[in-house]
Design a protein around this ligand. Structure first.
Ligand code: GMT
Length: 380
C-alpha cells in the first residue's frame, strides 16, 4: 500500500507511535510518506520505502497566526496526487483530522478518492479536544473519517462520552519494537549514577501539568528514606522549572538528575529499577510500556488506559491519582527485596511482549484494507 502519515514530529507519544508504525510498515514493503513540518524525531534511518515531505509555510506580515492547516492541506493534496496514496493515516485529531477532511474534499474535486483513518491518542480527546474552542470541528472531522482508531478502550469510551460520534471506533493499542526496546548492558552508566548500589527510579515525560511530575518527586522523597535510591528525570517541558524548585526545597538535589530530552531512551531505561507515571490522565502510557520492555516495573496512577497496560501486583502497582503515600508504599514493596524486584522485572517484560509491534502492526494493515474496501464500495 502507499500510505500517507501525518503526525506531530516531536518526542510526544502520538508522533512516536506514528513514526514507529510507519517504519514497521515500510519494512513490510509498504511505501510510506510522512507529511509534517519537520523530520519526525524517531525517523532516524534511511529506508528506500520511506519518504519525508516537509510542509513549507509561506509567511506574510499580515499573519499573526501562521495558517499551518492550509499549508498542510495543500501538501497533502500534492502528495496524494503525485504519489498516488491509497490511504491517509492522521495521528492526533487536532488539527489533523479536519485537515485530512479538507484535503479529501479537494482531491474529490479532482476525481481522486482518498480514504482517511484518524487515530485518537489521548489529550486530543480528554483534554484539548473537548474544549468548546475545538469541539465542533473535532466531532465533525472524526465523523467524516473513513476509519477511526483509539489507542485504548478507555479512550474509546471517553470519545463516545465527550463527543457525538456516529462512527465505530476500533481499539488498536499502542505497541513496542522489542528489537530496540530491550535491556542493554549499561552497567558503567549505572555505577556512575548509583555508586553505592542505590536503586534507580526513572520518569520520562514532556513535563506538562497532566503528568504530575511533582508526585514523582514526592514519591521518591518518601521512598528514599526506606530504600536508598536515585531518581532520573528525563524529558523537558513547561513544569520543569517548578520541579527543579521543588527538588531544592525538599533538599533532594544530590539524589536527582535531570537528563533532559534523550534520544536513546532505551539505554537509560536499561539501568532503571522502577518507573513512575502518576499522570492525571493517560490514554495508554506508551512511556510505561517502553520501560516495561526494558524490564522496569511501573508505579502508576489508575487513570484512563493505565489498567489496560499495568497489571496490579504483577507488572507494578496502580494508585488513585495524587495518592503519593500509596505509590511510595508500593514502590518500597517492590524495591526493598532483590528477589521481589527480579520477579517484577521479569513480569514487566512478559507483559510488554503482548504489545509487540509484530502483533499490533498487522492489525493496522488489516484495518487499512477494510477501510479502503468499504470506502471504495460507497463510491461505486
Ligand atoms: O502524553 C502526552 O502529552 C503526549 C501525547 C501525544 O499525543 O503525543 O500522548 C498521548 O498519546 C500516547 C500515544 O498514543 C499515549 O500513550 C499517551 O498516554 C497519551 N497521553 C495522554 O493521554 C496524556
Amino acid at each position: 500500500m502507499r500510505i500517507g502519515i501525518v503526525c506531530y514530529p516531536t518526542f510526544g507519544g502520538s508522533g512516536v507511535v506514528a513514526t514507529e508504525l510507519g517504519k514497521s510498515l515500510a519494512e513490510k514493503g509498504h511505501r510510506i510518506h510522512f507529511i509534517t513540518y519537520s523530520q519526525p524525531v524517531r525517523l532516524d534511518y534511511f529506508s528506500e520505502n520511506i519518504s519525508y515531505h516537509e510542509v513549507s509555510i509561506a509567511k506574510y506580515p499580515l499573519f499573526d497566526y501562521i495558517p499551518y492547516e492550509t499549508a498542510l492541506t495543500s501538501k497533502l493534496v500534492d502528495v496524494a496526487r503525485f504519489e498516488g496514496l491509497d490511504i491517509l493515516h492522521v495521528h492526533y485529531a487536532i488539527p489533523h483530522a479536519s485537515v485530512a477532511y479538507m484535503a479529501k474534499q479537494i482531491l474529490a474535486s479532482h476525481g481522486i478518492h482518498l480514504p482517511v483513518v484518524t487515530t485518537l491518542h489521548g489529550t486530543d480527546i480528554t483534554l484539548v479536544g473537548k474544549d468548546s474552542s475545538y469541539e465542533p470541528v473535532v466531532t465533525f472531522a472524526i465523523n467524516q473519517s473513513d476509519g477511526v482508531t483509539a489507542v485504548s478502550d478507555s479512550l474509546r469510551r471517553d470519545t463516545y462520552e465527550n463527543f457525538k460520534i456516529s462512527k465505530e471506533i476500533e481499539v488498536i493499542h499502542n505497541f513496542i519494537d522489542l528489537r530496540r526496546f530491550s535491556k542493554k548492558a549499561k552497567d558503567h552508566f549505572r555505577k556512575a549514577i548509583a555508586p553505592n548500589g542505590e536503586r534507580l527510579v526513572v520518569h520520562t515525560s514532556n513535563f506538562r501539568k497532566v503528568k504530575r511530575v511533582q508526585d514523582v518527586v514526592h514519591v521518591f522523597n518518601k521512598l528514599k528514606d526506606k530504600v536508598p535510591s536515585k531518581l532520573l528525570l528525563i524529558g523537558d517541558g513547561p513544569e520543569r522549572h517548578n520541579i527543579e524548585q521543588l527538588c531544592r526545597e525538599l533538599n533532594l538535589w544530590d539524589d536527582i538528575r535531570f537528563l533532559g530530552k534523550q534520544e536513546m531512551i532505551e539505554e537509560v531505561l536499561s539501568i532503571g529499577d522502577l518507573f513512575i507515571m502518576p499522570s492525571e490522565t493517560e490514554s495508554f502510557g506508551l512511556a510505561a510500556l517502553e520501560a516495561m520492555a526494558c524490564q522496569v516495573p511501573v508505579i502508576s496512577s489508575n487513570s484512563g488506559g493505565m489498567p489496560e497496560l499495568n497489571v496490579q501486583g504483577v507488572t507494578g502497582y496502580m494508585s488513585n491519582v495524587g495518592d503519593v503515600d500509596d505509590m511510595a508504599k508500593n514502590a518500597v514493596s517492590i524495591l526493598e527485596s532483590d528477589e521481589v524486584l527480579k520477579k517484577f522485572k521479569a513480569q514487566a517484560l512478559v507483559r510488554a511482549k503482548e504489545f509487540d509491534i509484530e502483533v499490533i502492526r498487522p492489525r493496522y494493515e488489516k484495518y487499512y484494507e477494510k477501510v479502503i474496501e468499504h470506502s471504495l464500495s460507497l463510491t461505486r
